[in-house]
Ligand binder design. Structure first.
Ligand code: SF4
Ligand code: FE
Length: 482
């Protein structure tokens, strides 16, 4: 099958029957439901913009089939592939001003590609072949795959095997010659409700006692026993009110649409299992996935920042302060921060290297630096946006008031700034900036792809302090310690 277009993607979702809940009710159709529709739209854009043109950054040549496939389903074959990925993410971020959700699945596939190769190399298992077959199925059918990693984790001081409730980490509860049965949950799953498939993988390095929790597999989203609970987002009730202006970015939303995924004794056929019990590979798998996912954040967030910087520059123009030197300084600062993130993502891609399986992965240190910078810079960019946009972003009346016959004319009179720009334009911009710099959108930059402490741990592990100490000793003329 060729690449799907946006309509084919929407139609394909309508044929699936995932069990999705939100606000205490079942969502029958994620394509049409106001809470999930913006996320479907953002993912649909990745289908709309992909065309079988080798110059299109959204496609790549499959190393399995030689066909043109979505870059979101491609195993990186070179440093160029890693760089193209970052450029694709920036472009999509700038077109949506939001999260388009397909990166987690891409990173899960790439991490599993390498680790299944290593497991088979050690144990003579079939996991790599299973993964290649699954990848080919995804590529041939141009499917969207969610990558599900984060377990609930219960008491963080205890490993999976010593938790009060063993289901707090997703685990194998039964094995047979046909496959395995799993129970547990995955949290914060971006794009899960509008994907076709889920790939689950362990959330942390495990030990021999945690063997039953060391599991990775793929399933369709509507496999029996899986259900989704869609998370609330800041101001999501504005979607239910049907108010376009008040939503800020009604087409694509502000974040990716995260869900809690519940697995209740779900059967996984053996050909869809990629890891079962080889606990010593969980650490490398998590590290590979995390580096791959942390690479992304200087791509997509920079694209999103392009929109936000543009919104602030336009707001300054509308308010008649565009030439004020402090405004220009703040815009330059926003650009500098955003471009620094982009530099980091490009750097970790250009410094990538070939793995044992033949696939390429980013430089782990630089990818972690990228994401740690995102946890600060995106907040600073948002702070500057608030500064430039003014207090109106916290006090703007609703679209209903703006359009009411009684009070609307007065609002349009007093909420206007420059005389040639209607108040509605200013309010639309206000709402866009509000949405892009508020609650859920910011928290995603902090904790998406792992909390900052996870990056610090990796940076310390990678930085070879002993070698740096040797450099200092040499130049300072301090001999080796006895
Ligand atoms: Fe991709 Fe960025 Fe969304 Fe993560 S936050 S899924 S990297 S677009
Ligand atoms: Fe994310």
């Amino acid at each position: 099958m060729a690449l799907m277009d946006a309509q084919a993607y929407r139609n394909s979702l309508k044929r699936l029957r995932p069990r999705v809940y939100a606000l205490g009710e079942a969502i029958e159709d994620v394509v049409e439901h106001p809470l999930t529709r913006p996320h479907v739209n953002a993912a649909a854009l990745t289908y709309e913009l992909a065309s079988p043109d080798p110059r299109n950054p959204l496609v790549a040549t499959s190393h399995l089939s030689g066909s043109c496939v979505s870059r979101f389903l491609h195993i990186h074959q070179s440093r160029d592939d890693l760089v193209h990925k970052v450029k694709m993410l920036r472009m999509l971020g700038s077109q949506t001003g939001s999260c388009f959700q397909r990166c987690v699945g891409l990173d899960a596939l790439n991490a599993l590609y390498e680790v299944t190769w290593r497991i088979d190399d050690k144990y003579g298992t079939q996991y790599h072949e299973n993964l290649r077959r699954h990848l080919r199925y995804l590529q041939d059918n141009d499917l969207m795959s969610d990558g599900a990693m984060t377990d609930p984790k219960g008491d963080r001081s205890l490993p999976p095997s010593r938790q009060d409730d063993p289901d707090l980490f997703l685990r194998v509860v039964e094995r047979s010659s046909d496959g395995i049965v799993v129970s547990g949950a995955k949290m914060h799953q971006t794009g899960a409700v509008n994907s076709h498939e889920i790939i689950a993988l362990p959330t942390q390095a495990m030990t021999a006692e945690d063997r039953d929790w060391a599991v990775a597999f793929a399933l369709p989203v509507d496999a029996p026993g899986i259900s989704f609970v869609f998370g609330r987002q800041t101001n999501d009730s504005r979607r239910l009110e049907g108010s376009d202006i008040d939503q800020g970015n009604p087409l694509y939303g502000q974040v990716g649409g995260e869900a809690l995924v519940l697995f209740d004794r779900v059967f996984v056929p053996k050909e869809r299992v990629f890891l079962d019990g080889q606990w010593e590979f969980t650490g490398p798998l998590v590290e590979l996935f995390a580096a791959s996912h942390r690479q992304n954040y200087g791509g997509c967030k920079t694209g999103v920042a392009d929109v936000l910087i543009g919104a602030c520059a336009l707001m300054a123009e509308i308010n008649g302060v565009a030439k004020a030197s402090h405004i220009r300084d703040k815009l330059v600062e926003m650009v500098h921060l955003a471009e620094t993130l982009y530099c980091c993502s490009l750097a970790c891609s250009y410094e990538g290297s070939r793995l044992q399986s033949g696939a390429f992965n980013v430089d782990v240190m630089l990818a972690n630096v990228t994401k740690l910078n995102v946890t600060r810079f995106v907040y600073e960019i948002a702070r500057l946006a608030h500064d430039i946009a003014g207090g109106l972003i916290a006090t703007t009346p609703s679209e209903k008031d703006l359009k009411s016959e009684s009070i609307g004319p007065l609002l349009r009179k007093y909420l206007r700034a420059r005389a040639d720009v209607p108040a509605e334009d200013r309010i639309r911009l206000t709402r866009l900036i509000e949405g892009m710099t508020g609650g859920t959108a910011l928290v995603e930059s902090m904790h998406g792809a792992g909390s900052p402490q996870a990056q610090r741990v990796m940076i310390l592990r990678q930085c070879n302090l002993a070698a740096k100490i040797r450099l200092a000793r040499k130049l300072a003329g301090i001999g080796a310690q006895r």
